[in-house]
Design a protein around this ligand. Sequence first.
Ligand code: ADP
Ligand code: AMP
Length: 207
Amino acid sequence: MAKTYIFLGPPGAGKGTQAQRLVEEKGFVQLSTGDILREAVKNQTELGKKAKEYMDSGKLVPDSIIIGIIKEKLQGLQGKDIILDGFPRTIPQAEALDTMLPEVERKLDGVILFQVEDNEVIKRLSGRRVDPKTGKVYHIVFNPPPEGVEVIQREDDKEEVIRKRLDVYHSQTAPLIDYYKQKGNLVIIQADRPPQEVYNALINVIK
Ligand code: ADP
Ligand code: AMP
């Protein structure tokens, strides 16, 4: 059966950075709800118009919209090893996923919690920059973009929005830690280490 992992953790924990590497080196498909929504906003689709205000203010997009997106994507990814990056983010999303997985012939192989303190998250997010052409993620201090690569700052990586997103994480997403602990699926990774060390820890889990 194809592998299915969830990357859980606060915004800025390094989930996307590590997922990109697993895509390049291990053939995983990264399913990032944040990326899907940003693409929709950029293309001004119906989805993008609905999602933009929530995203810019650091709130979660309503569950019904997100669950619909994931359902559609999962149907198109049968047989592929996947990483769910940034989904689920609420208990109702997790419950919907539990129902969905058997319908697409999957089971959960593990939920990997990227553990990082809030002050580190703030440093990472405030310095995050993205190459809009490739989607590659950089950091002005920890991983500066190569010469000649033009990068932008995300709207929601501004200081006030970062704090709001952290609040939202603690109130709405952190309850998933217990949810998956109880199911016996949770693996904790210390993510406040250099990217290579985090990757090594990940590879030990994803065999
Ligand atoms: P997430 O997908 O969890 O929101 P990202 O992968 O986008 O997080 O990483 C957030 C920021 O932190 C980016 O600027 C990235 O370059 C940087 N970063 C990622 N992993 C590390 C790490 N292990 N140490 C330092 N900075 C990191
Ligand atoms: P991310 O790129 O994961 O940091 O997500 C950016 C923004 O997209 C979040 O702050 C939310 O507004 C929205 N978003 C992404 N994933 C979800 C999700 N699973 N549920 C609700 N909103 C989401």
